[in-house]
Design a protein. Sequence first.
Length: 207
Amino acid sequence: MYKEFYHLKQDPFRLTPDPYFICLTAQHREALSGLVYSVMSRPGLTLLVGEAGTGKTTLLYTLRKLLEKRQACVALCVNPTLTPDEFYDVSRLAIVPMGFCFPGLDAKGGDLPPRRECAEAWREQLFKLLPQIELTLLVGQYAQAWHLGGARKESLTATVAAWREYGPHFIPLPHPSWRNNAWIRKNPWFEAELLPVLRSEVRRLMG
């Protein structure tokens, strides 16, 4: 509504931090300068503190963009959503592969596609035994093809980018692999928009 009425190019009220819209006050500029100096001089651990809503996370996303322009290697570490007890609680969470057998490796060292007869033989039957499924995370193109069918887009990137269309029961995701670091850099919306919603939804469902 706001975007069309005011002829805006971007959505004005996003729920997650976006460094594109950061307002660098004098205090923010001072904090950002201190962060850049700390990273470049490598004195050790640097802690950024402040009241809730003052822009700490947005400032850190801005710092990451600056460092990536300098071709620096940046790792984003976040607090885990689930405790170990919650993650291994088989009454509340299930990890279901597309195949129960390892398909082998291709010439480049990547996993071969899952064998098609595996999912056809047992996947539907297994899901019937899982009561009250409220959210399914579709990791990779094969899981997305199986569950989304014709609603899947022309590529994995397009499917994940359209994640809002598949809610509230499905969230498509790429594989959590180091091979996807370049993909994540090319698609900053994944960490800025999708992941915060995913964490919040998992936390809500796990109580």
